[in-house]
Ligand binder design. Structure first.
Ligand SMILES: Nc1ncnc2c1ncn2[C@@H]1O[C@H](COP(=O)(O)OP(=O)(O)OP(=O)(O)O)[C@@H](O)[C@H]1O
Ligand SMILES: [Mg+2]
Length: 394
């Protein structure tokens, strides 16, 4: 399969020939014509290219408004934009307007193959399916339990089954990009919701790739940037991501009064509530589950114990009884791996306890293994008792 390509170029003959040669050098691109900006719209209408390459010189602003106009008229097309130098303002605007890539004359020879490859992959996956992705929201009522670690590693394993995105809604103190050792150029605060074409291409341009199966949408780098993101916009992001990715993992903030968190919980297919087997965490988890279970079915609301360790049977039974909710999964305590993966920007290897556990949980989300393994009443007998609040059953 070749991508038919139309070059839009008002620059001199030299520049035009250089770009034509570049296009010819790519085995998956087929140049079907070169036109001046003024003729672009008409020629696209008659030649039906899949990719349009717009050279911005000699008048970059005019070139960008042409991009905006063509993108609106032909939203299904891919656009490359090129210019002499990697001017940050031009790059930013081009991506905002929906360009798939920005190529500058200094590096286009080396950058072009990867840019073409990324479009080809996208084109193939778009043709194969417009699948509805599954949203897994990870929520921990207690801080420092391992929510972000579970997000990155679960997403890493889910990405083996289909393209996956992580959305870092821990807007104030998001750590996803740090745990994956990424340096995002854009974040949730870069999104311009007045953009006329808020679509999958636009969303992807704001994401940072971890590898070809996993991308992240980072939390804003600055605290003051989070005020402009509203619940309706989070819903728009998630709905768009669902069209584009097979799995979407969301790292939620601790604050349940946050309207963006509530919107995500409602929209999610699964809400993973994380806790540990310790008093304070159990207390918080119980409080949260008691509220959530009035709203969400058991397939949606999944209780997960992190850093699980051997405990005497009666203590374990008592912990479970006090949670008063079936345990979906227990992730073993594996401090060595957890520390290493977060420091190195890695996903827990399959031979580690953490990796094995997340691989298995991932399979349950993909349908390869049964989702709910534990059902029915929890063991309510045993050693210690939590405060009276727990004796009242909802
Ligand atoms: N299964 C595990 N076994 C051992 N250590 C773990 C495990 N999961 C996470 N950790 C460790 O727990 C610590 C906290 O992890 P993480 O930052 O993911 O938690 P969090 O719930 O997202 O925290 P925060 O409340 O700050 O957002 C990290 O040091 C991490 O390495
Ligand atoms: Mg976190």
């Amino acid at each position: 399969m070749k991508l038919t390509t139309l070059l839009v170029c008002d620059a001199g003959l030299d520049k035009r020939q250089t770009i034509e040669e570049l296009i010819h050098s790519q085995p998956t691109l087929a140049l079907i014509g070169t036109v001046a900006g003024g003729m672009a719209r008409e020629q696209i209408g008659s030649l039906h290219p899949k990719l349009v390459w717009i050279e911005l010189s000699p008048a970059p602003v005019r070139g960008l408004s042409l991009l905006a106009e063509l993108r609106e008229a032909f939203p299904q097309l891919y656009f490359f934009v090129s210019y002499e130098v990697p001017d940050p303002e031009l790059i930013r605007t081009a991506y905002r307007l929906g360009a798939s890539d920005f190529l500058d004359a200094e590096r286009w020879r080396t950058d072009l193959p990867a840019a073409v490859q990324s479009i080809m992959l996208k084109h193939q996956s778009e043709s194969v399916s417009a699948a509805q992705g599954k949203v897994v929201a990870v929520f921990s009522p207690t801080g420092g339990i391992g929510a972000t670690t579970i997000c990155t590693n679960l997403a890493g394993y889910l990405s083996k089954h289909g393209e996956t995105a992580i959305i870092d809604l821990d807007l104030q103190f998001g750590m996803i990009s740090h745990y994956l050792n990424l340096e995002p150029s854009f974040s949730l605060s870069t999104i311009d919701f007045s953009h006329t074409n808020f679509d999958a291409t636009y969303l992807r341009n704001l994401m940072t790739r971890y590898d070809d199966k996993l991308s992240i949408l980072a939390a804003p780098p600055e605290l003051e940037d989070i005020g402009d993101i509203y619940a309706a916009q989070v819903q728009e992001i998630l709905n768009t991501a669902k069209q584009e990715f097979r799995y979407i993992v969301v790292d939620l903030p601790k604050n349940l009064l946050d309207e963006r968190a509530i919107a995500t919980l409602d929209l999610a297919d699964h809400v993973l509530v994380l806790t540990e087997y310790n008093w304070a965490a159990i207390l918080n988890a119980r409080k949260c589950l008691d509220t959530f279970k009035a709203h969400y079915a058991q397939e949606k609301l999944l209780l997960c114990i992190n850093r699980s360790e051997w405990l005497p049977h009666d203590v374990l039974s008592e912990c479970r009884a006090n949670l008063n909710y079936p345990v979906f999964a227990e992730i073993p305590n594996d401090a060595k791996t957890a520390k290493w993966v977060n420091n190195q920007g890695q996903i827990a290897p399959g031979h580690t306890a953490l990796g094995k556990s997340l691989d298995q949980i991932g399979r349950r989300f993909t349908g390869q293994e049964k989702l709910l393994l534990t059902t029915g009443e929890q063991d309510k007998t045993g050693g210690f008792r939590l405060p009276a609040i727990f004796s009242k059953k909802k």
